[in-house]
Every structure is written in structure tokens, then in C-alpha cells.
Ligand binder design. Structure first.
Ligand SMILES: Nc1ncnc2c1ncn2[C@@H]1O[C@H](COP(=O)(O)OP(=O)(O)OP(=O)(O)O)[C@@H](O)[C@H]1O
Length: 294
């Protein structure tokens, strides 16, 4: 009998939207093995979500090949919360879809809602949940079926501090149980030190950042900079950062390895027109968590 391949493997994968659209990703090779934690970084619009949708098999590559079919769960950047279910009803239904009996599914739904501090909202219609509570349901639906591959696209955004910590624990439990987890998060300290591999999406290519990933490359510096609204980062700056987020029109929160901060600052200040650098500080000096966006 053919062995079951739990590795998910991308070979020379490219994706573009529309026949003449620019290549968002090109020549991407990536293997996601069981029991590993992988971080994907990159500036806004670099193609991180595109890559995660390909990994979750929700999208197909324009060219190249994807092999391996681990049982996959996905938390999208935007979760459709206006569903005609209560939180517990929705999760129980999904549990049965994952093959659980109704009682076991209801129990799992309850357990995950409790873990994320949303037990009190079990019978609330999803359309009436706050953004944070509906994000808890989004995360619970993914964890419910003990997936072999968990794909998290900014899943921490909108969660309160206790739920953020709980999701970090749930990720550690998944990898300890032999599952693979791939995540994108704008906070460079998210699961710091834990990833087995960290990749940066730049100019459509995927680059492995270091063998050990996480912050093993050294301390991270946060740079807040202001540029023309709606204008992407200058290319040299985009290449230097490990993560970037446009927190309000024209205002960007950039994380860069301290060793690369001069390169980033130079790229910002020599851009035409030059960008205004608002603040530079070591990553540890900022407020506890920027997960709650300003
Ligand atoms: N369904 C789509 N149709 C057309 N273009 C798309 C589609 N999805 C993404 N794109 C384009 O592909 C590029 C990469 O988008 P993607 O959302 O993958 O980037 P990202 O790194 O996740 O961005 P962000 O950090 O802002 O979430 C962008 O230019 C985007 O406009």
C-alpha cells in the first residue's frame, strides 16, 4: 500500500490573479512537516494570505505543484461572523462535519468556547457577537477537529490578552501532538523563539530567514514611520523588514532585526518623497501587545 504522505509540499508554486495579473508568488518551494511550527512574514500585500490559502488548499496555484493532504483547518484574516447560528450551534455542527458524534461535538464546542473565555456567549447568535468574541469562534472552529495542519492568518488580532495566550498554548499543544502549524502575525514577538522555521515573502519569493527562526537572529527593533497614504513601502525598506503593518493611512509599524535597522532607516529617509520616521525603539519597549490595533 502507498505510504500516507502527511508532508505538505509546494514545488515551484506560482500564483497570480487574472491572466495578465502580476505574479503575487513565483518559484515557491516549501515543505511543511508534521509537528513543526512555521512563521510566514512579509510586508502588507506581499502575498502572505495568498500563500496561506494555497497551504490550506482553499486556492490552487497558477503554476507549480502542491502535494500532500493533511487534514487542515484554517482561520482566515476575516471571519464571516454573520452566520445564522449560535456560537455553540455552529461549532457543534462543524464538529459533526469533522466526524464527531453530536454529543462529543457539543462537548468539544463547549470546551473550546470555555478555553477562550467565550462560554457565556455559547447561545448568542453569531451575528450579535462582538468582533473579539466572533474571533474566538473563528479560532475554536479551527481547533475543534484536532487538525493535522492548522493555518492561522492573523488569528490573534482582536483577541483579548487571555485568549491570545490561550491560542499560543493551543498552538504548542498541536505541534506537541504531531500537528503542523503555519501562522502569520503582525507582532514579531508572537510565539517568539518557538518556530522551527521563519520565511519572509519578498518580491513574490519565499526566503528562509534562519535555521532556528523566531528571534534567534537577534533583537528586533520597532520603527513607526509615516509615508504618503496608500503608497507601499519603498522596495529596499520592504526587503529589510520582518513584518510590516499599515496601522492607519500612511502610518506603518515596522519590525526589523536590530542589525538591519540602519538599512531600513536609510531606505525610508532616502525615498522620494522621504518618509517621516516617528519612533524607533527596541521591540521589548513597546506596550504589552499591539494585537489590539489602534
Ligand atoms: N482574490 C484576489 N484577487 C485579486 N488580487 C488579489 C486577491 N487576493 C490577493 N490579491 C492581491 O495579491 C497581493 C497579495 O495579497 P495578500 O492578501 O496575499 O497579501 P498579504 O501579505 O496577506 O497582505 P496583508 O498583510 O495586507 O494581509 C495583493 O496585491 C492583493 O491585492
Amino acid at each position: 500500500m502507498a505510504p500516507v504522505h502527511r508532508d505538505l509540499r509546494l514545488t515551484a508554486v506560482g500564483r497570480r490573479y487574472g491572466i495578465r495579473g502580476p505574479w503575487v508568488l513565483r518559484g515557491v518551494d516549501l515543505t511543511v512537516a508534521p509537528g513543526t511550527l512555521t512563521r510566514i512574514e512579509g510586508a502588507n500585500g506581499s502575498g502572505k494570505s495568498t500563500l496561506l490559502r494555497l497551504l490550506a488548499r482553499l486556492d490552487a496555484p497558477t503554476e507549480g505543484r502542491i502535494t500532500g493532504r493533511p487534514r487542515t483547518a484554517y482561520v482566515p484574516e476575516r471571519f464571516p461572523s454573520a452566520l445564522p447560528f449560535t456560537a455553540a450551534g455552529y461549532l457543534t455542527h462543524l464538529g459533526t462535519v469533522h466526524g464527531l458524534g453530536r454529543t462529543a461535538a457539543a462537548r468539544a464546542a463547549h470546551t473550546w468556547l470555555e478555553r477562550f473565555g467565550a462560554g457565556a456567549y455559547a447561545t448568542t447568535p453569531m451575528a450579535r457577537l462582538s468582533k473579539g468574541s466572533s474571533q474566538k469562534v473563528a479560532v475554536a472552529q479551527a481547533l475543534l477537529g484536532d487538525p493535522e495542519l492548522l493555518v492561522l492568518d492573523e488569528a490573534w488580532t482582536g483577541l483579548d490578552a487571555a485568549a491570545r495566550a490561550e491560542l499560543e498554548r493551543a498552538v504548542a499543544e498541536r505541534t506537541a501532538a504531531g500537528g503542523a502549524v503555519v501562522f502569520v502575525d503582525h507582532d514579531p514577538r508572537r510565539l517568539a523563539g518557538a518556530p522551527d522555521a521563519t520565511y519572509t515573502v519578498t518580491d513574490g519569493a519565499l526566503r528562509r530567514r534562519s535555521e532556528r527562526g523566531g528571534t534567534a537572529d537577534g533583537p528586533v527593533t520597532l520603527v513607526v514611520a509615516h509615508g504618503p497614504a496608500g503608497v507601499p513601502l519603498p522596495p529596499d525598506a520592504a526587503r529589510a523588514v520582518v513584518s510590516a503593518e499599515e496601522t492607519s493611512p500612511g502610518r506603518h509599524r515596522l519590525a526589523v532585526l536590530a542589525s538591519h535597522s540602519d538599512v531600513l532607516l536609510r531606505a525610508l529617509l532616502t525615498a522620494r518623497p522621504p518618509w517621516h520616521v516617528v519612533r524607533v525603539e527596541p521591540a521589548g519597549a513597546s506596550p504589552p501587545d499591539p494585537g489590539s490595533r489602534p
